[in-house]
Design a protein around this ligand. Structure first.
Ligand SMILES: Nc1ncnc2c1ncn2[C@@H]1O[C@H](COP(=O)(O)OP(=O)(O)OP(=O)(O)O)[C@@H](O)[C@H]1O
Ligand SMILES: [Mg+2]
Length: 386
């Protein structure tokens, strides 16, 4: 009997140690894997940093021309592991620091400035929020919206729709407003940049931003690129020596290159706005570029009445004839007229009224007139200095 018990005990112990052996083996395998992973991680960390460049030209199966982010171009070899179809001109690639051979292709990424410039939420400005400017609204719709919506019309007639439209007019006349209304009304991707933001960044960035902007526009076509305050980059090229000026010029050159680049812009329309058209480089206005100019004039009396009406829509007016207010605001811009309505409201509040009277309006007109004169005088004084 005892013998049988002994045998069973031995068998049991054998099973236990077998269990244990399996467990240790598993544990061993796990630790080996872990070790392997950490070793790889360590190796990765020891790797020298990779340079970033972009593909400029494809020479043959194995060789391509790349431009490194520091400037010069190089003829380099690519790894066999990189799928050829990914290596297209313009692709961003990571390069070995010593040999500059291509290690991998980096997914496209746009600068945050560029990404943010795509207007996803439509501005709440519509054409009915614009006073006067009927003719100008019609023109911009014909030149920008129509070719995107109905390109066949232009094909049938055999004319090329304009590539770019330039809105010019004094400050506060509604250029930005008009562009916002276009954005609101179109189904095309609307990309808006303020030119000064393009050059605000580091040297060399402006040109890159312009390139990425057009890239984005091409990818999301049909699209409209709106460049506000164009004078910041579009000023006439002069011999200048400061690096800031050179940066501005590089950005302008890139813009021109993109506009008449090899691929026709087709379903991308350009709209730019400037209040100093006299300073703009003529090259911008050549055929095929911003060759249509829409002048945004100061509003006439009828336009002024309309603008006043728009901005006093929610106001409680008493005995106010907006036509008469329009008559005494010759030379006022849309922005000035908006200021008049706001000031009139302030006068009413100061007097403790819950309506705006004729007197409030007249006082407001006087106040804005004074302000305008003062700033005009300051402008003159400044001119004496320059
Ligand atoms: N025609 C207009 N109808 C209604 N409101 C207008 C009009 N023009 C200007 N405004 C008012 O003035 C404000 C400023 O106009 P906007 O920003 O469009 O001027 P701008 O022409 O772009 O000036 P700038 O050259 O200084 O950029 C608008 O937000 C709007 O409230
Ligand atoms: Mg503007």
């Amino acid at each position: 009997m005892d013998e049988i018990n002994d045998v069973e005990e031995v068998l049991r112990q054998l099973r236990v140690s077998e269990e244990e052996k399996r467990y240790t083996e598993l544990e061993n395998k796990r630790l080996q894997d872990e070790n392997e992973k950490l070793k790889k991680e360590l190796n990765r960390m020891k790797l020298p940093p990779l340079l970033i460049g972009s593909v400029e030209d494809i020479v043959d199966e194995r060789r391509i021309v790349i431009r490194s982010s520091t400037g010069p171009s190089f003829l380099v070899y690519t790894s066999e592991h990189i799928p050829r179809e990914k290596l297209t001109v313009g692709a961003r690639v990571a390069l070995n620091k010593a040999t500059l051979s291509v290690i991998s292709v980096i997914p496209e990424a746009y600068d945050p400035t560029v990404v943010a410039s795509e207007i996803s939420e439509k501005p709440n400005v519509t054409y009915s929020d614009i006073g006067g400017l009927e003719e100008q609204i019609k023109e911009i719709r014909e030149m920008v919206e129509l070719p995107l919506l109905n390109p066949e019309i232009f094909k049938r007639v055999g004319v090329d729709p304009p590539t770019g439209v330039l809105l010019v007019g004094s400050p506060g006349t509604g250029k930005t407003l008009l562009a916002k209304a276009v954005a609101n009304n179109t189904n095309a991707t609307f990309i808006r940049v303020v030119a000064s933001e393009l050059v605000r960044k580091y040297i060399g960035e402006g040109a890159r931003l312009v390139r990425e902007l057009f890239d984005l526009a091409r990818k999301k076509a049909p699209s409209i690129i709106f460049i506000d305050e164009m004078d910041a980059i579009g000023s006439r090229r002069i011999d200048s020596s400061t690096s800031g000026d050179r940066e501005v010029q590089r950005t302008l050159m890139q813009l021109l290159a993109e506009i008449d680049g090899f691929e026709p812009l087709g379903n991308i329309k350009l709209v730019a706005a400037s209040n100093r058209p006299d300073t703009l480089d003529e090259a911008l206005m050549r055929p095929g570029r911003f060759d249509r100019i829409i002048e945004i004039p100061l509003p006439d009396s009828k336009g002024r009445a309309q603008i006043l009406k728009i901005h006093s829509k929610k106001m409680n007016l008493k005995d106010v004839d907006l036509k008469k207010v329009a008559d005494i605001t010759e030379g006022f811009s849309g922005a000035d007229l908006k200021a008049v309505t706001v000031e009139a409201g302030m006068f009413a509040i100061r007097e403790g009224n819950d309506f705006v009277s004729r007197k409030d309006m007249i006082n407001a007109v006087e106040k804005i007139k004074l302000q305008k004169n003062r700033s005009a005088k300051q402008g003159n004084n400044l001119e004496m200095f320059v």
